[in-house]
Design a protein around this ligand. Structure first.
Ligand code: SF4
Length: 646
């Protein structure tokens, strides 16, 4: 009788969307292709949708092998299940692999005696070897790339490192039909696909596990990728995520983009292909982004900095493009109508409040008009940052907080909680400065990223040279006055509670029941909460701006500021179907902002103009508004209504 083997890889449920388990598929496809294993094991349906552990455990039918792919978002559930499996099936082999297995994998076995084997680095061949050896017993001394528990002495034994395999010898789980059983009865679940086009990253950012594990990049054959893209089209998969650390870096990436575009035109699927672009933007990335954008397969391109501070960049082992190059790139992408998404990380070693604020300022002043993503620095296992010496050197203090993934469904009572470790202070950024930085990031993302104050900030900078961060700091300092600015103060209080919550272990994302069952980042939550009070918010904004200009001794026309604030209000996405579609201005503000956004010379003149706003109708449904504008629309700035002027 065959031995039953179970593969667990629990992915995040985002409303009704979930990724098919790519790692499990790769493991099974390779193992099953080995005659000895295929004949001896029965691979059971992948377990990848989170549920209460007992419900999952009830699906096990006399398992001989239980393998767990562990990442930050499923590690605790895996441990809970593995512990239960050991109670129920004492003879079963329990194997852990994935990015959450520590470099010193012995620790996993010491801490969790129910785990038999920890797989180090990539797992396909190792897992197959394990299965083959397990047909004879639990002596895994000949299996490279693992730490296992010796069945006689109970000691942890580390075998020698496994050399990297030729990835083109690994069968594709998609082409092997391993997901067909799920796709054939998908109901209202939307399965998303992760496609590997290559493996590895040649860079070594200290906060990232990718560049600290497999640094040699190996490419999958273009023919295989083509067949996988054909499969995606045939199976009518809407969303593909490219598991590539630096898309656009290799010549074949352009061909891959062309294949996706051809498939969409031919079959209508996939509709979307998202990927992480190479960090040092090149002409090839530009060409690739143009191709994908023209077919509406992607929402812009990523040009990330993580930090602009030279000292921090040295400490994290990263080099970026120069800010002048970035400025030119932004213009180049803008000319093609391609939005740019830029990331910064808060809490990196060496970064101070001042350098962090300077980073935001530099990126915004360079002309980033699209999206900014500012992330709290997390300490991930197997990164340089996770090493005690590195943490000690940079005074890194972390806080373990509950994990609520962005746009994911709330965990149900009885479900296992997951955790992440965020940096809450460093030697360069003490706790109070960290709190100030998080507050600044919140304000910058709400007003600039989500565009609630975008035109006002742009106007102040272009017209009077008021720095973006100067405006944000002013709003933070003055907006908390409850009597004068009740809407600002309410949101400030909401944020302040959130911040305290973070420091006591609450999640980074929050739930707003009136906007649906998924979670939101804090700035998204602020945007949604303000969407019902936009007129009052803008009125307070105007008073705050006038106060700032007066304090700076800047000569300004209050009527002009009032009209700029009106322009901001007119362009902000809103649920109210009765709001005006036409807005009249005594100055040429529609033309002024239109030209600014196209990098054309412009100035403000007294010349009446009318702005005609699209005013999208969301049928009064808050959940729909939130999904369309934020979840699906954030990257291409649907928080702004499109408009024309005359
Ligand atoms: S952050 Fe990006 S570039 Fe840096 S190591 Fe990770 S994957 Fe590579």
């Amino acid at each position: 009788m065959k031995k039953n083997a179970y593969l667990h890889e629990f992915n995040i449920l985002m409303d009704r969307k979930v990724y098919l388990p790519n790692v499990s598929g790769m493991l099974r496809a390779y193992a099953e292709a080995q005659p000895r294993i295929g004949g001896a094991y029965q691979f059971m349906p992948f377990l990848f949708v989170r549920q209460e552990p007992e419900k999952i455990a009830r699906t096990w039918d006399n398992p001989s092998v239980l393998a767990f792919s562990s990442s930050m978002w499923n590690h605790q559930l895996n441990l809970t299940l593995a512990r239960r499996a050991r109670e129920l099936f004492p003879e079963a082999l329990i194997v852990f692999g994935g990015p959450h297995v520590p470099t010193r994998a012995e620790k996993l076995l010491e801490d969790y005696p129910f785990v038999d084997v920890a797989v180090r680095s990539e797992g396909e061949v190792t897992f197959a070897d394990l299965l083959a050896r397990f047909l004879e017993g639990k002596d895994f001394s000949g299996v490279d790339g693992i730490v296992y528990r010796d069945p006689v002495t109970n000691e942890c034994v580390r075998t020698k490192d496994r050399s990297l395999v030729d990835i083109n010898e690994l069968p594709s789980p998609y082409l092997a039909g391993l997901y067909d059983e799920f796709l054939d009865r998908r109901g209202n679940v939307e399965y998303q696909v992760i496609l590997e086009t290559n493996r590895g990253c040649p860079f070594h950012c200290s906060f990232c596990a990718w560049g600290n594990s497999i640094t040699k990049v190996r490419l999958f054959d273009i023919e295989r990728i083509k067949r996988e893209i054909d499969w995606v089209g045939e199976k009518q998969i809407s969303y593909v995520f490219g598991a590539d650390a630096n898309f656009g870096m290799f010549p074949q990436d352009k061909r891959i983009a062309e294949l996706f575009v051809e498939k969409k035109h031919q079959d209508g699927y996939p509709k979307v292909f998202r990927v992480c672009y190479g960090k040092n933007a090149t002409d090839r990335i530009f060409e690739v982004a143009k191709l994908l954008e023209a077919s509406k397969m992607t929402a812009g391109v990523t040009v990330s900095f993580q930090s602009t501070d030279p000292r921090t960049l040295i400490l994290i082992g990263r080099s970026n493009i120069k800010i002048d190059t970035y400025r030119e790139l932004l213009k180049r992408y803008r000319r093609e109508g391609i939005s740019v998404y830029t990331e910064l990380v808060l809490g990196l070693p060496g970064e101070t409040y001042e350098s962090f604020a300077r980073g935001i300022e530099e990126v915004f002043q360079a002309g980033l008009y699209d999206q900014v993503g500012i992330f709290l620095c997390e300490v991930l296992p197997n990164t340089e940052m996770d090493h005690p010496d590195y943490a000690e050197l940079h005074g890194i203090e972390t806080k373990r907080i509950e994990l609520a993934e962005t746009h994911a469904v709330r965990r149900q009572p009885g479900e296992v909680r997951e955790y992440e470790d965020i940096v809450v202070s460093t030697r360069a950024m003490p706790r109070e400065d960290w709190k100030r930085s998080v507050t600044l990031a919140w304000m910058a993302q709400t007003l600039h990223g989500l565009k609630l104050g975008f035109f006002i900030a742009l106007y102040l900078f272009k017209r009077f040279g008021v720095r973006y961060t100067e405006l944000f700091e002013h709003l933070i300092a003055e907006g908390a006055d409850r009597d004068r600015f009740p809407v600002f103060a309410r949101e400030y209080m909401f944020f302040a509670e959130y911040l305290e919550g973070l420091l006591s272990g609450k999640p980074q994302c929050v739930f707003l029941d009136e906007f649906g069952r998924i979670s939101w980042q804090i700035e998204e939550a602020t945007f949604l909460r303000l969407s019902g009070d936009l007129a009052e918010f803008c009125r307070e904004f105007q008073v705050l701006v006038e106060k700032l200009l007066r304090e700076r001794g800047i000569d300004f026309e209050p009527e002009e500021v009032r009209e700029v604030v009106s322009y901001q209000l007119a362009r902000s996405a809103c649920m109210d179907p009765s709001r005006p579609r036409e807005w009249r201005f005594s100055r040429n503000l529609p033309e002024y902002f239109d030209r600014l956004m196209r990098d054309l010379p412009t100035d403000i003149q007294k010349k009446p103009q009318t702005l005609a706003v699209a005013a999208t109708d969301y049928g009064g449904k808050k959940g729909e508004f939130a999904r369309q504008v934020i979840w699906y629309g954030r990257r291409d700035c649907r928080t702004l209504e499109s408009a024309t002027w005359y």
